[in-house]
Design a protein around this ligand. Sequence first.
Ligand code: SF4
Length: 501
Amino acid sequence: MCGVAGVIQVPSTLAVCEIAAPLSSASLVAYQALLMLQHRGQDGVGMVSYDQECGRFFEKKKLGLIAQAFERDDFERLSGAMALAHTRYATVGGDGMRDLQPMLAGVPFGVTLAHNGNLANFFELADEIQSKYKIKFLTHNDAEVLLQLFCYFMSSTHQGKLTGNFSFEMAVSSMKQVVQHANGSYSVVGIVAEGGLFALRDPHGIRPLLLGRKVEDNRTTYLFASESSAIQFLGMEVIKNLAPGEFMLITPDGQIMSADVGGKEAAHCMFEWVYFAGAESVLEGQCVYSARLELGRRLAKQVTKRSTDSFDVVMPVPDTGRTAAGALAECLKIPYREGLLKNRYVQRSFILNGQSKRELAVGLKLIPIVSEIKGKRILLVDDSIVRGTTSKKIVNLLKMHGAKSVSLALTCPPIKHPCFYGIDFPVQGDLLMANLSESEAARWIGADEVFFTECSDIDGAMNGLKLCKGCLTGEYPTNLKKCRSFALQRGRVREAEEKRV
Ligand code: SF4
């Protein structure tokens, strides 16, 4: 999972909007937008701008967090009216410099591209492209596969010969072919030198992508971003969520064009609302904060169905458990208490790529308030159990500081299947709830009981949005049967089962 932002500034023909301060250059706008998307990826950051005056791309990439990657001077160097920015969370490829996005290609026209998502058929597609089209990849990143496919199909327009200038029609026919080859989730932003800023959403709209706009005296700034919070933070208005399979181009003179390049039934990732997106964001018209409140209310119903025990306090695991915990406490009429404070200087543990990094982060990130814990029967609220490592450490921490009992309530139903679309739980053998019953899981974690919402609660909290729930049900929106990653994962499951026997 990653965060993307794409910016273009064009001469204005629209009425001036009165709100907020004037925006800065394209690269600075992209940087500010990206700051609001830091929670989507913390491995590294990249930015590419294109300056029409000198006809050049400018680039900066660095491992680590966004605020530490850029100096003031960088934005003078990253000149031009178009810029892309990307914050990376590695699922395919490593977490080194080479795999940081945006990716660049000189032929044809000069194209740069970044995406949020994951190609489930990355391995076989990369092999096919290398052998069939004789393209050599320089990274292990699926963004490069998308970029090279797009460039290849543009180059081979008109019987293998590139004739004439870049056009919207050429981009649309090339993107249609990209979409036919790519299997998975991809919310793409890109620049074609002289051609404009483009964006693409995969046929099911698995990952979010929105367009925002701000009109000023003599120019209009457009921003494609992974979340609405990035757009609103800059005082811009949200124009739309891109539709599944929608391709958009905004030209340097301000024309906006859109085409369907293969849209199918929507299957938005439910985990965006449960965990990943910022609570302040509104995706597909559904506010993330409201969805989490409703999940808390529905979780309260699940608790009252089963538990005859009573609890002294409802306590959230900060930060994503907080909203639901408040709603659940209200419903159950049990006092809400903060017994764990977050060390804000430690990264989100789930999104770190590697078990040892995750375990270290869990140990460092939560600080107990002993007076709120000691002697209490705690109903602890969190968003989900993936590997179970985080939950186990937190329950242990509370018991170490004198909790009388700890029951765990989760706003996400049991995650029993891997995700092939960009959330880093790809191996079924690693998923706690794929392998244990609820009572076994409670024992493994060290909790007295565990409570989950049900799939119907997810649908209810998201007001009937069409969602991907593949990791809950094993039914995925794309056909994964021929994907090597799917077969590999099944192999690992067998291996894990054999070990348990
Ligand atoms: S499988 Fe789960 S985490 Fe992955 S896209 Fe679907 S809902 Fe989201």
